[in-house]
Design a protein around this ligand. Structure first.
Ligand code: CA
Length: 719
């Protein structure tokens, strides 16, 4: 059956843009090494590692752009020649790296780019040509948060599980290794690899979809595996791969759901301390989420090493210490949020600390040599625990936290008080700048599905506000809000110093500089610069593109630049938050680079809604399977395509053109759009199932058109 021309051409468009080697890259390209990392704090010209320096403070000493000059900040250059597939933009979450005038970064679909950081001219592009169908096994979209650069190579972890080393000079692949232990499981990579000693370390995601967490270290030069550390025990019948798992197993019941992986995925943050040769790994939530489903009969078990910071020797992979932020996690409270290393004077003693603001809403300061908890306080509204007991280092949980028997509204939500968007720490103000989320969630334990390829199996139903006023689940809880704030936090006193105005939910990561500034992008397309001391807004640049990524800065020929990747995407592509730039403008991927005396940023084209498509002629709905169609839609389609044309990034199935209706089975079973991220579902859906889904969509589209004014254009967006 024919595909529509527009879909066909967009699928073809994915075959684009391979290496365009311009030959202008120096032979010494990408030469980051231990000696340079050691002095990186003072080397403002470069941004050598993911978080700039090995302590990942995201602080730069550059100060040409400062409180007095920032008013003149404008666009230096823009790059928008991204590798894309299909008609769904997936958003940008990465932080570019700049080494000796060359900028290296990755985008959604895992392409890697090297640009002249002064002009924006493309030096090379590397497209790993990942398996597009892998989009189906991710919880949160085809995104990527960055590359590592080390001794002439650029490293990328691909969505479909490979760690690839690329020549920094030419963009040619040097080696590629499969990092997945089992390709039938729902593993995916979205995080940036980290350099730890002579190793490149990568983790993965999938704890919403039934996997077991681990990280693997590979020799940076050869790609040979150095070690692997599993974060949770596996099936006891298979034995423990390393001694730390034998310790952890004591905190799991024998009948735990090993078939659902246990979780603890390391999908984002790792930080390496070269002086201690320790790699700090932030581990994720349990799989499935509720401990009552995961470890039946043992609701008090800790289930190590879920939601923990784990310190391992970077050479051997052996654990030095761990600290579990959320014992027995049931709330998706990952400890994968970014970790910052600093030296702080606390109660008269200087400590080498590690700081994290994980999803669970407490700001933790630990001694990073020993793992000892130094302090922990709430940085957002928290009701799952009253406080952290400083004697035991454990949270004092509330009754409200227990949703094993009845639904409960609990703060923070599954999205956490802070998510992957990186916070930053200023060496000048000694403050941490946290992109904070404030919202509760109604948690309802659900029937636990078995493992299914490409399907969420978290075992919980969860709802953001609003809630019915008389809903008993929220008894005694604060009035629900759904908002974001940028908070300046004193990590020594554990107190708020200033906070931004309220923002719509889900914004960008943070950069702070020696110019006394804090930079953050917002989902409404604003790029905002604050006074780091007072929180006063000094400059706002309207870009028209939602920003989630963290900005970075560098200097060439005495001129300071600030770069940020723009483009809304990831977990909330299904439903853009109110006020998002993506409601009004085409949601493009862009790399925006600013300097003093730059120009205005051009706004993207206005978003134009599609025409209302007529319902397919002669289509006969079998009424007796519409309800099953809805159920199948909810299980398989909803988490991307949303419901009834809510404003999001994926195609609205309530407004499919006639030829898409005609090709429906080709797409859903045949995988006609697989390369663009719409995988075949033939392993979980029968032909009759697909017809039932289509029946539901046609029937519901008919109803929607009947009940909404002007064919639905007011209440719903037919995009
Ligand atoms: Ca999660």
């Amino acid at each position: 059956m024919p595909l529509s021309r527009s879909i066909f051409t967009t699928v073809i468009a994915l075959a684009l843009s391979l290496s365009a080697v311009a030959g202008a890259v120096e032979k010494t390209a990408g030469q980051v090494d231990a000696a340079r990392v050691k002095t990186a704090a003072k080397d403002g010209a470069n941004w050598l590692l993911y978080g700039r320096t090995s302590d990942e403070k995201r602080y730069s000493p550059l100060q040409t752009i400062n409180r007095n000059t920032v008013g003149k900040l404008g666009l230096a250059w823009e790059f928008d020649d991204f590798v894309t597939r299909g008609r769904t933009t997936r958003g940008e979450q990465g932080t570019p790296i700049v080494v000796d005038g060359v900028m290296y970064f990755s985008s959604s679909w895992n392409a890697v780019y090297a640009l002249d950081a002064k002009t924006g001219k493309t030096l090379w592009t590397y497209d790993p040509e990942i398996d597009g169908s892998w989009a189906r096994v991710t919880c949160c979209g085809v995104t990527n948060r960055g590359v590592a650069v080390w001794k002439g190579k650029v490293y990328i972890g691909t969505l479909d599980g490979y760690l690839v080393a690329v020549d920094a000079r030419t963009g040619k692949q040097v080696w590629r290794v499969d990092t997945f232990t089992d390709r039938s499981r729902n593993y995916a990579i979205t995080g940036a690899p980290r350099v730890a000693g002579n190793n490149i370390v990568i983790g993965n995601g999938g704890a919403e979809m039934g996997v077991r967490g681990y990280v693997t270290a590979y020799d940076a030069e050869t790609g040979k595996q150095s070690w692997r550390f599993y974060t949770v025990p596996g099936d006891p019948a298979k034995g423990d791969e390393h001694p730390e798992l034998t310790t952890a197993r004591k905190t799991w019941g024998a009948n735990s759901r090993w078939d659902l992986g246990g979780g603890g995925t390391v999908w984002d943050s790792m930080t390496y301390d070269p002086a201690l040769n320790l790699l700090y790994i932030g581990t994720g939530n349990g799989s499935p989420h509720p401990i009552w489903n995961r470890d039946p009969g043992h609701p008090k078990n800790d289930n190590l090493y879920l939601s923990s910071i784990v310190a391992v020797d970077a050479t051997t992979g052996r654990m030095k210490w761990y600290y579990q932020t959320t014992p027995g996690d049931s709330w998706d409270y990952t400890a994968t949020q970014n970790m910052i290393l600093a030296d702080l004077d606390i109660k008269g003693t200087r400590h080498k600390v590690i700081m994290q603001a994980p999803k669970n809403g407490f700001f933790y300061v630990l001694d990073r040599e020993t793992g000892k908890l130094l302090s922990a306080e709430k940085f957002t509204t928290v009701t799952w625990a009253d406080r952290i007991d400083m004697t035991t280092g454990r949270p004092v949980m509330t009754e409200q936290a227990d949703y094993g028997q009845a639904a409960k509204v609990i703060w923070p939500s599954q999205a956490g008080g802070h998510n992957w968007q990186p916070m930053a720490y200023s060496d000048d103000t000694k403050l941490v700048y946290i992109p904070v989320l404030e919202a509760p969630m109604k948690f309802m334990r659900a029937v636990q599905p078995d493992y299914i390829r490409g399907t969420i199996v978290q075992g919980v139903d969860a709802q953001f506000p609003p809630y019915e006023a008389d809903d008993k689940a929220q008894k005694g809880q604060p009035k629900p809000v759904f908002r974001s704030l940028l908070k300046a936090w004193d990590p020594v006193t554990q107190k708020l110093v200033w906070q931004s105005e309220e923002m719509s939910y889900w914004n960008g990561g943070v950069l702070t500089t020696g110019g006394g500034l804090v930079f953050q992008g917002r989902n409404d397309g604003s790029f905002v610069v604050y006074d780091a001391k007072t929180g006063k807004v000094l400059k706002t640049i309207k870009t028209g593109t939602g920003i989630l990524a963290a900005p970075m800065t560098y200097q060439i020929d005495g001129e300071q630049y600030v770069a940020v990747m723009a483009g809304f995407g990831g977990a909330l592509t299904v439903s853009y938050p109110p006020g998002s730039a993506a409601w009004d403008y085409e949601n493009q991927s862009r790399l925006l680079v600013f300097k003093l005396g730059g120009t205005e940023v051009a706004l993207p084209p206005k978003r134009v809604d599609s025409e209302l498509e007529p319902l397919p002629e002669n289509y006969v709905v079998k009424q007796d399977r519409v309800q099953r169609g809805l159920e199948l839609y909810s299980t398989n389609c909803l988490r991307c395509h949303g419901f009834q044309g809510n404003v999001g990034g994926y195609p609205n199935l309530w407004n499919m053109p006639a030829d898409v209706h005609a090709s429906f089975k080709d797409i859903v079973l045949g995988g006609a759009l697989s390369a663009a991220g719409m995988a075949s579902f033939s392993d979980v859906l029968s032909e009759d199932d697909v017809e039932a889904i289509q029946d539901f969509l046609v029937e519901d589209a008919k109803k929607l058109r009947a009940v909404t004014k002007e064919g639905g254009k007011k209440e719903f967006r037919f995009h």
